[in-house]
Design a protein around this ligand. Sequence first.
Ligand code: PLP
Length: 368
Amino acid sequence: MTHPLLDLPPLSAARFAEIERRVAGLLATEQDVVIMQGEALLPLEGCIRGGAGPGSTALNVVTGPYGQTFGGWLRDCGAEVVDLEVSFRSAVTAEQVGRALAEHPEIDFVSLVHAEAATGNTNPVAEIGEVVRDHGALFMLDAVASVGAEPLLPDAWGVDLCVIGAQKAMGGPAGVSAVSVSGRAWERMAANPKAPRRSYLSLLDWKARWIDGGRRALPHAPAQLEMLALEACLERIEATGPDVVMARHASAAAAVRAGAVALGGGLEPYVHDAQNAAPVATTLRVPEGTDATSLVAAALAADPGLPLIAGGGALAKEMIRVNHYGPDATPGAVRASLDALGAALAGTGRTVDPDAARHAVADTWPGH
Ligand SMILES: *Cc1c(COP(=O)(O)O)cnc(C)c1O
């Protein structure tokens, strides 16, 4: 008997190219799109090692833990790094980026995370892109947590390297990712003697062996199951409508935010200003004297399927993340998450109002 996951015909080059075309459609980009055969950290590292190197100066905007990771790669590949660190509870502004560029005219590479699922904030990329374009630096964007959750227009915003993964708001697989590469970015990498070549990290290899050959022969066996899952998730987004998918994430974020405030018990939105809160996931700060990890454990003990997780690293005590993305961008998941957090808080002796939370969700999410 054939097995649906195992006994598959090979994935053809034509089908691979077609999936890339659909990703380009989702991003409304005319640039080359390369689907990378690994989780999104693969193209992110490939972009940094290809676009920066000895002799370059990078502005690394840090609005959460991924920006910290990029700073490490940038230093490791020999670039001078200017870190622009902003409170994880807010967003960076175009003015701040403009000031950093004016103070360091030598900056030729800018790395920015669009939305940070780990801290729940999102940055105004359109405005920042204008400033970066005026300066002339190459602009890399980590859009893993924004794609599918909020508008993402790399070409209109002047993004040279836009990295996405399917595992968040796209509701897809984690094991493949994609990057759109501008002509400027290709030129920069080609001129960088330290850019990865003959390497799994190499975007230039994909250009030489795949794109320049007319996308007729794949350089190696593709991650077939992940490619098929990516194709299925693109089909689902196209059928639902990207606007509908994004609206669902925006509503989930607004409902969790309003619901948490109405719930009370000392829970508060971690990102101060709603306009800086990411549609992909909502972070909450737990009241003094409680522990986020224990509250999440109590909530998950009651319902293991809830999209709840405590903050990573130093944030594990104070932050709860509600990962209302992909299949969890629903009123049901939001209501159940708030109910369970309310019960967990009540278990520590706090006074909560679950009915008020439910009403706040209903008021925030039209039709629910
Ligand atoms: C989720 C995410 C990634 C992918 O990283 P994982 O650790 O595999 O989840 C990259 N960048 C951002 C901003 C993300 O939110």
